[in-house]
Design a protein around this ligand. Structure first.
Ligand code: UFG
Length: 343
């Protein structure tokens, strides 16, 4: 059987492709390259340059390959952008996923693994947060992810042969320990990526978006998870579904919270570079604190994280950033483009 990875040219998707190859799976990637890079898809992997809602491209893929599972990573991911352009997020994340699910059902695809987000919780008021917490997203990005979870739930109820895993990501960072992939955003918004860029001299410093939150040092607290552990959770979700396990919604985080200040200090310490960090205003859509309870993923999916260490995450992020800085942009379009970072 073959696995279809949407967004496989992006940050998390490309790590998933490597993980699947490591496990001797056959893989097909579909990616519109709006934010990903063709060079991020490993050599020899079938790659279709198309939108995830492109029915003719999907028909071709489903006809040419024996697909039993879809990993759906493609989507728009920038919380503040979603506040400004909500319809983009409903279109890219909800409507297009609806079309993809529709095609998957038509083709009797049994397993669907979805990139959901901790943003579905909003400000959960539960520390750490379990999947049983009420969902009250604080941004259109979070709402678009929650709506899609509801679609999956309802479609699975109506089609018993279709089962899904919706994995609620906390703050994904780092890079493949073997440096086969990493975060190659054209425009960066995520904290560890930005701080790593500052450490390698790609930017002057970092802005701290608000220091008046109700947290120990006033800056937001997040649960940072290594991208390689995250894709391992996806692989375990595939194993679970293939073994006949029921649909599942599970948090993917470690259960340890770090403030923005702590992350910046850690990047300075690991890199040995003292860059500037300036306090700025709050960013729209940011919750003060969110940390995962990942008991469900650990017990039901047998997920056993191997890289649960902020220093390791930062070390890998920095190593990838140094490589990017040494190599420079890989294509002219990478150099010129100013579109959003990849998922
Ligand atoms: N931050 C800064 N300066 C920066 C960048 C970020 O202070 O230059 C702060 C943010 O305000 C936030 C924290 O660092 O408080 C983390 O921000 P990120 O942009 O790295 O990540 P988010 O928390 O906004 O979002 C990520 C994912 C979401 C997920 C969420 C859950 O993108 O999909 O984590 O915590 F839902």
């Amino acid at each position: 059987m073959t696995v279809l990875v949407t967004g496989g040219a992006g940050y998390i998707g490309s790590h998933m492709v490597w993980k699947l190859l490591d496990r001797n799976e056959q893989v097909v990637v579909i990616d519109d390259l709006s934010t990903g890079h063709a060079w991020a898809v490993p050599d020899g992997v079938a790659f279709v340059h198309a939108d995830v809602a492109d029915k003719s491209a999907l028909d071709r893929i489903f006809s040419e390959h024996q697909i039993d599972a879809v990993f759906h990573f493609a989507g728009a991911i920038i919380v503040p952008e979603s506040v400004e352009f909500p319809l983009k997020y409903y279109r890219e994340n909800a409507s297009k996923t609806g079309a993809l699910i529709d095609h998957a059902i038509e083709r009797r695809i049994a397993h669907f693994i979805y990139s959901s987000s901790a943003a579905v919780y909003g400000a959960p008021g539960m520390d750490p947060v379990t999947e049983a917490a009420p969902c009250a997203p604080e941004s259109p990005y979070g709402t678009s992810k929650l709506v899609t979870e509801w679609m999956l739930r309802d479609v699975a109820a109506a089609n018993p042969a279709f089962r899904y895993a919706a994995l609620r990501y906390f703050n994904v960072a780092g890079a493949d320990p073997d440096m086969r992939s990493g975060q190659s955003s054209r425009v960066s918004t995520h904290l560890i990526k930005i701080a790593a860029e500052a450490a390698v001299g790609k930017r002057d410093g970092v802005s701290i978006f608000g220091d008046d939150f109700p947290t120990p040092d006033g800056t937001c607290v997040r649960d940072y998870i290594h991208v390689s552990d995250l894709v391992e959770a996806h692989y375990q979700a595939l194993v679970h579904l293939r073994a006949g396990g029921p649909s599942i919604i599970a948090n993917c985080g470690y259960g340890s919270g770090y403030s923005v200040r702590q992350v910046i200090e850690a990047v300075k310490a690991v890199s040995g570079v003292d860059f500037e960090a300036i306090i700025g205003p709050r960013r729209p859509g940011d919750a003060a604190m969110i940390v995962a309870d990942s008991t469900l993923a650990r017990t039901v999916l047998n997920w056993s994280p191997q890289l649960d260490d902020l220093e390791t995450i930062i070390r890998h992020a920095l190593e990838w950033e140094r490589r990017l800085a040494e190599q420079g942009p890989k294509t002219p379009s990478d150099q010129d483009s100013q579109v959003c970072p990849e998922n």
